[in-house]
Design a protein around this ligand. Sequence first.
Ligand SMILES: Cc1cc2nc3c(=O)[nH]c(=O)nc-3n(C[C@H](O)[C@H](O)[C@H](O)COP(=O)(O)OP(=O)(O)OC[C@H]3O[C@@H](n4cnc5c(N)ncnc54)[C@H](O)[C@@H]3O)c2cc1C
Length: 401
Amino acid sequence: MSAQHEAGVTTTHRVVILGAGYAGLSAAIQLASRVKRSENVRVTLVNAQEHFTERLRLHMTATGQELAELSIPELLEGTGARFVRGWVTAVDADAKTVRIDDEHVLPYDTLVYGLGGVADTAAVPGVEDHAYALNSAQDAEALADRLARLGRGTVVVAGSGLTGIESAAEIAERHPELNVVLLGRREPGAAMNPKAKAYLRSALERLGVRVRSGVEVAKVLPGAVELAGGESVPADVVLWTSGTRVSPLAAAAGLTVDEHGRVVTDATLRSVSHPEVYAVGDAAAIRQGYGVMHGTCQGGMPTGVHAAMSIVRALKGKQPKPFRFGYYHTPVSLGRHDAVVQFTHPDDSPRRVHLTGRVAARYKETVTVSPWPTWGRMKKMPASGAFWPRGGRFTRAGAAR
Ligand SMILES: Cc1cc2nc3c(=O)[nH]c(=O)nc-3n(C[C@H](O)[C@H](O)[C@H](O)COP(=O)(O)OP(=O)(O)OC[C@H]3O[C@@H](n4cnc5c(N)ncnc54)[C@H](O)[C@@H]3O)c2cc1C
């Protein structure tokens, strides 16, 4: 494989991947496995923690359930990728460097930006000061600690999206002594088919979760949540799951970002302003025929793999190919023994088919553990990572809606 050639001298091509979440790790494992025999490509993965944060299970961490410790260096074993633990504090897109912990500078030739996204705790006054979030394992552990010490009281889960539903159900199941209220603009499971939505609703009722939809939180206060219109809902604990916010680093570096701060990519996942930067996962604004992708692990992993494949193509002097992805399911856990899995069309609209109950719970668990066998296979057989649903007619060129 040819890297950069300057006056006949081969230099090492440095690929730095920021963020070891589902997308960044997929990119690192796919790329490093494909280039491990080449001495001219060096892959470095940077992440704040040495342990992989299983975001898909943060609602379990938040209710005191112990998770397996997954070491990122161990996950990279055998690939040849280097791991750097540290907090990325700046990206200099002109100098092509990344600053880590304000101290170290890491130069790159190609950057993969995969710093993920978190709930938007800045959108409503009082959230930062009086609410918990599931933005990191530490956040989830702090909530678990608080819930364990609460005794009796009311937990308000703000945000009726999938994280809010899973969290409310998990808290109600693990802490039957607490009142759990799920507040949000939309009814839970609004995007599901009527039967799946009805099942979801009855499961929340069975668990004792009180649902209030069609409401807007205006403020979070110590001991209460104030709704638009002035009504006050008493709350001993508030969990904020609403909205999405991304790291300000991309915008500060001068990369073109959308209104949420996500890196705007071209069809091949390169930044539209800086083609030596690829953006993946929740940190990227990736347009498909049906619209801009929303943050999921099911879509995030393919973006990482695709970015890696594009980098390999570019290193060989070939054009990267367009990325295409179609959704196929929305699995939602309802405690440990129940779930709803809504199968979807590639544009994420619901199909008629769905699963409920224990079968759905097993399905959800299989999905949650699926990254490990996927990464294990990719290490041995990198091409195995290249299989994901491409969305058919929903994502073919010219399928804009
Ligand atoms: C409770 C819950 C349940 C979910 N369930 C599902 C589900 O069932 N199915 C599904 O598809 N999706 C689900 N999601 C969404 C899914 O977790 C995200 O879409 C996915 O994690 C995005 O992957 P990512 O790699 O883009 O980002 P992340 O997984 O968030 O990884 C980003 C990484 O970057 C690191 N990082 C961020 N900033 C810095 C910095 N400045 N310096 C160094 N490191 C940094 C973070 O620590 C993290 O390790 C769920 C989310 C939650 C919270």
